[in-house]
Structure formats: C-alpha cells, structure tokens
Design a protein around this ligand. Sequence first.
Ligand code: 48F
Length: 259
Amino acid sequence: MKLDDIKISKAIIEEYMDELVDHLDVDVAIGGGGPSGLAAGYYLSKAGFKVSLFERKLSIGGGMWGGGMMFNKIVVQEAGREILEGEFGVDCREHENGYYVADSIEATSTICSKACKAGVKIFNLISIEDVMIRDERITGLVINWAAVEMAGLHIDPLTIRSRAVIDATGHDCEIVKVVEDKMGPRLMTETGRIMGEKPMWADKGEASLLENTREVYPNLFVAGMASNAVHGSHRMGPIFGGMLLSGRRVAELIMEKLG
Ligand code: 48F
C-alpha cells in the first residue's frame, strides 16, 4: 500500500473529533487520571456507564509511576491487593505479613489499559479549568487544552455535560477548589470549606480515605487523595491500596445515585 500523508492526518483528526463530540454528554466526567480516577472509571464503565476522563498531562497514571522516591515499587495492603491482583491481574508479592509489593510500571500501565478496555474514554493533555453549575448542582466540566493553560493564552474553553463529576485530581483537589471559590463555604464538609491535607501518616490516611470518598457538592464526588485533602485528613505516601479502593467506592456511590 502506498501511504498518503494527508490520509494519515485526516484519520487522526476525524477519529479524534468523532470521539470528542460523542463524549460531550456523558454519565460521569472524571478529572484526573491517577490511580483513583482510573479505578473509578474502570468500575463505572464496566457497569455500563458512559465515562470521559480528562488528564492534564501527556501520561496517564498520576503519582503511581514513580513508586516511593523514584524506587518504582508500590505497596498495597490485603484489601488493595484484592483489586490490584484480583481485579486487574497485577502481580503482588508479599514482602512481609500483609505488606504486598507491586511493580509501579506494571501496575500503572495495566490499570490504564484495563480502564480503556472497559470503555473509559481518556482525553489526555486537557485541563479542567472550571465547572458548570445550574440550580446549585454540578452539571458538567469546563475544559481547555493543557498547552493553552501552560502558555497562559487567553483562549476560551469548551464544555462537557455530565450527570456526575469526580474530582480525582489528587493533592490539589482542583475541581473542588473551583467550586469553593465560586460558591463559597457550601461544601459538604465539617466547615463547608476545603479543610486541607494533613502530614504523612499512612495508617490514618488510608483508614480515613473511604469515609472521605463521597459527594461534596450536589453531583460532585471526590476520590483518591482529593478526598483526604478536602476533608482534612492525612496523606499516606506510596501505599496505593486506598486509592484503588476509593476509586471503586466512588463508582459504587455514583451507581447508587444515578441508578
Ligand atoms: O495525583 P494522582 O495520582 O491522584 P490520586 O489518584 O492518587 C494519589 C497518589 O498518586 C499519591 C498518593 C498515594 O498514596 O498520595 O499522590 O488521588 O493523580 C491526579 C491526576 O490529576 C491530574 C494530574 O495531572 C494527575 O495525573 N490533574 C490535576 N489537576 C487537573 C488534572 C486538572 N485541573 N485537569 C486535568 N487533570
């Protein structure tokens, strides 16, 4: 076959545009492609929900690739292993009593692949810069190219409509921050505001994560590290079981709400 450069360009542009247009109106829009966002998307898609996930960076996987301080291993506890090995098929080796270790590269790439295969439509290089709110409910996200954001260009964004939104943007809880900025102290937290992340304490951080994985404003849910940051709990470092459990938990909560 003789290759035509223009046909290659046309194939890329047309296929991308078709998918983007198809995903302007979804059941669930997820901000952030770290472990919690990917796990949430995986479970929701597997259950038949239409899901778009927006990730600012080129690579998907957030903080999972680098393990702990660039030692590319992650630790999970038994409950996390049930998801990592049981659901995703990632090898986990018991290092000592209940501390399982997995290769962070295998873990991240496998979860990403499983999420895609389950049907999550991932759009990388796109940043969430705002939310849509109607009658005090989140109704979607406002997105722009990450390159536009990085260059500081004054270019207006586009919008995605969704029945639920998940803030899985990690430590910075960027989507909840926008809601707090625009709506004031109306979050479903003790103070109505973002309570802020506390110092590293793996045991406490992991223990509080599932409780903190919840709806924080009508139709806006938090998952992963964003959950602890919003509710004033601890970070937990390179133990990742909670992130996967939080992703599954938020998926269950949304399934319950959306029916
Ligand atoms: O930080 P990240 O991996 O979040 P997570 O799923 O997992 C946290 C762990 O990695 C680690 C930890 C484990 O114990 O504490 O930190 O909660 O992934 C968040 C992703 O969101 C993207 C960001 O680039 C990263 O890949 N992100 C952040 N803000 C935006 C965004 C935004 N406004 N728009 C799009 N993507």
